[in-house]
Design a binder for this molecule. Structure first.
Ligand code: GLA
Length: 386
């Protein structure tokens, strides 16, 4: 992929790139929809990601091109006139990052040409957008010698998504993309941003990602709706209590106080957040002890909670979940990411992977009319110059 973006850069911009950058996508193993509730999440960076070949210009222009969207062609903007423009499509992601960096006072003397290329399946919920944001952040850091670390790049990427794209996401995706490490998953405390890299020792098993190929149409609006419902729950609890966020409660405290949440929907959302946080902490302990079966069981419980209490799953994800659990080699399965389509993440014994795919593919198509895709994932490095 690196050579490909270099070659394509030369064809499109008729000059050589001075550097190539990379930022990975991510898959979340457990801890879903709780990054914005102050909880723990457990994602890992993927070896799939976004590449950017770039070189600085002598004027104020920035020219963007993506080999994934050749029909859109080159989009050109001026460094001093960065604004959201719907017709500028995917370039709003890097533009948002540039805008946020400028608002933070970072100075860019000249513009640049950049060609992006990525191998993350698009819109599958594996954080292709976060990876473009983080990739832009590491590019800016290098080209303008800004001396920002990768955690700050993650935070500024999230801010671009919140303020420029107006998707109210949490910090998980950008953090995983910026801070991932090979063969490690990240246990991240989203309250403090303290994190631990945990070896992904899966013995004779692997992470298998199943793409439902169901487009995540409502993800944006429903996502913001879930955030609002969690806030309602927190406000109701805080008529009596003094909680910073939902995940600062243990399940026992929740059971004692849940009557304060008089809105039934908000109560279900809060229940998911509190229990999912407890599950995540426990799951990582089990993994460290080598209890993969225990880890898998908690993944399954996570899916059920996202399906029934948080209500962010969909028929296609539930179908993959049901089919995955019926396979002999499956240790655990759940939807991953925002939901409403996208991917499921499964842990499958290596000697069962072939049958897993062979059995699920036709049955999934029969039940949904869609074709599933399977990727055996490796936890990869975080973002940087390559
Ligand atoms: C999306 C968001 C993340 C996180 C997940 C759900 O991927 O970008 O911040 O909230 O959904 O866990």
């Amino acid at each position: 992929m690196k050579n490909e973006v270099i070659k394509n850069f030369e064809t499109i911009f008729k000059t050589k790139p001075s550097a190539v950058f990379f930022a990975p996508g991510r898959v979340n193993l457990i801890g879903e929809h709780i990054d914005y509730n102050g909880g723990y999440v457990f994602p890992c960076a993927l070896s799939l990601g976004t590449y950017a070949a770039a070189s600085k210009r002598k004027d104020d222009k920035i020219r963007f091109y993506s080999q994934n969207f050749p029909k859109i062609g080159i989009i050109e903007v001026n460094l001093n006139d960065i604004k959201f423009q719907k017709e500028h499509d995917w370039t709003n992601y890097p533009k948002g990052v540039i805008d946020v960096f400028k608002k933070e006072g970072y100075k860019f003397d000249k513009g640049f040409d950049v060609l992006f290329g990525g191998d993350i399946p698009n819109g599958a919920g594996l954080s292709s957008s976060a990876s473009i944001e983080v990739c832009t952040g590491v590019l800016l850091n290098d080209f303008y010698d800004l001396k920002v670390d990768n955690i700050r790049i993650a935070k500024l990427g999230q801010r671009a998504e919140n303020e420029f794209i107006r998707m109210n996401c949490g910090i998980m995706d950008q953090f995983a993309s910026a801070m991932g490490e090979k063969d490690r998953a990240i246990l991240l405390n989203c309250n403090t941003l303290e994190y631990k890299l945990v070896p992904l020792d899966l013995g004779g098993a692997s992470i298998v990602i199943v793409n439902t190929n169901k487009r995540r149409e409502l993800a944006g609006s429903k996502y913001n709706e879930r955030r609002a419902e969690c806030e309602t729950a927190l406000n109701m609890l805080n008529k009596r209590l003094k909680l910073k966020d939902l995940c600062s409660m243990t399940p026992e405290e929740f059971e004692k106080n849940k009557g304060l949440i008089t809105d039934k929907t908000a109560q279900k959302r809060a229940k998911h957040a509190v229990y999912e946080n407890a599950r995540t902490i426990k799951a990582v302990e089990l993994l460290k002890r080598g209890d993969l079966a225990g880890f898998g069981k908690l993944m399954n419980e996570s899916h059920v909670s996202l399906r029934d209490d948080y209500e962010v799953s969909c028929k296609e994800l539930d179908t993959v979940f049901d089919l995955a659990l019926a396979q002999k080699g499956t240790i655990g399965a759940r939807m991953t990411g925002a939901g409403f389509g996208g991917c499921a993440v499964c842990i499958v014994k290596n000697d069962g992977i072939e049958n897993f795919k062979k059995n699920i593919a036709p049955e999934y198509e029969k039940r949904t009319g869609l074709k599933a895709e399977f990727y055996t994932a490796q936890a990869g490095r975080g973002a940087g110059k390559i």
